[in-house]
Design a protein around this ligand. Structure first.
Ligand SMILES: [Zn+2]
Length: 460
């Protein structure tokens, strides 16, 4: 059994063979930090977290790098709109991103480099590209000259017309060729910037990943990943920057496998600001447990678009309840965690086939109640070891179920206690009212007195 991954570069599923079998290295393009993370960001993070967990079952050492883009036009815009300092925006949303992802069971990358810590290296790379006649300076701008790189389009398979149509137009007057893209641009005061041989300015977005991936991992490394929307122009431009001055002038000088996850749609529509259907992780987290959101994000194969609906979240929530109920039934069996059965492991290694794994997990769970003692041991082992790689079933079953069962079965009891407390308050028996409030609190119920009466909710 060995790992197969779909490589965007070849368009095929390929056997995964690391450059250094002792050390697997992977780089994923991370978020631009100026706003709350949405489920599109979360899908990238969860899928790559899963990929790293699977790699760790096969290889001793895996280094995972994912960057933070902390200088970008969008961040500058956010600062203009809110009047908040750029640094305060980026540090706040970096922390929020990391907290939100941690709630989804995503481990922090081994290295999380920030763009603004690598300006010196970016300036050095631009200088190399100019010296090699791959880039040119015009009016304080430095542009990469796309026709100078023969392999441009190799990843996205876009032809020249499509490349031009997809490139940004705002610096058109300085371009030698319509497909050329910005490496450096002027940053007139009070915009943030750095001194460079081409004047005070700031880097273009694509540049930072070429620099930070090489610095953190060395070249070539194994897997370069990101959302499917990054194939063009971001990854194509990264390849141009890194490979136009590399040995073979090919993407393999940079990374062997180019790994991309599909879009997330919401209720059948593209997620967009104009439609107003962007789903934020921190909002969803108030309503659903992290494991529910994580399992929902993994419910479709990572390559496919994922249709995010209330219904699918509910389905996955119920599925987790069911799996935890089986674990509760098996709670007197102790097991030692190993890898899942070969049949489940094969699906993990077959390009992370999560829909198949989840189906097998359900089959296993369904057979538990009628199973023999020996079989029960195997089922429990399999549920927990598969859950460990998927990043689910890590809660205590009683804890998980107690929380949801209590709320369903005891709502009558809760209403009765609330009425009793209101009665006590009316008769100014505040000691009794406080005691009842504490009793409810012990049951995991928080109450709030509003002008429409007392409302209650489960505390998390
Ligand atoms: Zn990138």
């Amino acid at each position: 059994m060995s790992l197969q991954l779909q490589n965007t570069l070849s368009g095929k599923k390929e056997l995964f063979e690391p450059v250094d079998p002792e050390h697997v290295r992977i780089y994923a393009c991370g978020p631009t930090v100026y706003n709350y993370a949405h489920i599109g960001n979360a899908r990238m993070a969860v899928v790559n977290d899963l990929l790293v967990r699977v790699l760790k079952t096969q290889f001793k050492k895996v280094t995972y790098v994912s960057n933070i883009t902390d200088i970008d036009d969008k961040i500058i815009e956010a600062s203009k709109e809110t009047g908040e300092e750029i640094y305060s925006i980026t540090s706040k949303y970096t922390d929020i991103y990391n907290n939100d992802m941690s709630a989804l069971g995503v481990k922090l990358p081994d290295i999380q480099p920030r763009a603004t810590d690598h300006i010196k290296e970016m300036i050095a790379l631009i200088q190399k590209l100019i010296d090699a006649n791959k880039a040119y300076e015009k009016n304080g701008h430095v542009l990469f000259h796309v026709p100078s790189f023969e392999n441009y389009g190799i990843l996205s398979k876009r032809n020249r017309d499509e490349q031009i149509a997809g490139s940004r137009v705002e610096v058109a007057p300085f371009k030698k060729d319509p497909a050329d893209f910005v490496l450096w641009k002027p940053s007139p005061s009070p915009l943030p910037g750095w001194n460079s041989p081409w004047g005070f300015g700031r880097p273009g977005w694509h540049l930072e990943c070429s620099v930070m991936s090489e610095k953190s991992l060395g070249l070539p490394f194994d897997i370069h990943s990101g959302g499917i929307d990054l194939v063009f122009p971001h990854h194509e431009n990264e390849i141009a920057q890194t490979c136009s001055i590399s040995k073979h002038k090919e993407p393999k000088d940079f990374a062997t496998y180019w790994f991309h996850n599909g879009f997330v749609n919401v209720e059948g529509e593209k997620m967009s600001k104009s439609i107003g259907n962007i789903r934020l992780v921190h909002e969803l987290n108030k309503k659903y447990k992290g494991e529910v959101l994580r399992l929902t994000l993994l419910s479709a194969h990572y390559k496919q678009p994922l249709n995010w609906t209330e219904e699918i979240i509910e389905q996955n929530s119920k599925m987790l309840d069911r799996l935890y109920r089986v674990l509760l039934e098996l709670s007197d069996i102790s097991v030692k965690l190993e890898l899942p059965t070969d049949s489940i492991m094969e699906s993990f290694l077959d390009d992370l086939n999560t829909p198949k794994i989840i189906a097998k997990l359900n089959e296993e769970a369904n057979s538990a109640s009628s199973a023999s003692k020996d079989r029960k041991v195997k089922i429990k082992k399999n549920l927990l070891s598969t859950g460990k790689i998927l990043g689910i079933l890590e809660d205590d079953p009683e804890n998980w179920l107690g929380y949801s069962q209590k709320s369903k079965e005891n709502s009558e009891e809760i209403e009765r206690l609330i009425n009793q407390r209101n009665e006590a308050r009316r008769s100014k028996n505040f000691n009794l009212a406080d005691t009842i409030r504490d009793t409810l609190k012990d049951k995991g119920i928080e109450i709030e007195d509003t002008d429409k009466g007392t409302i209650w909710r489960k505390s998390r």
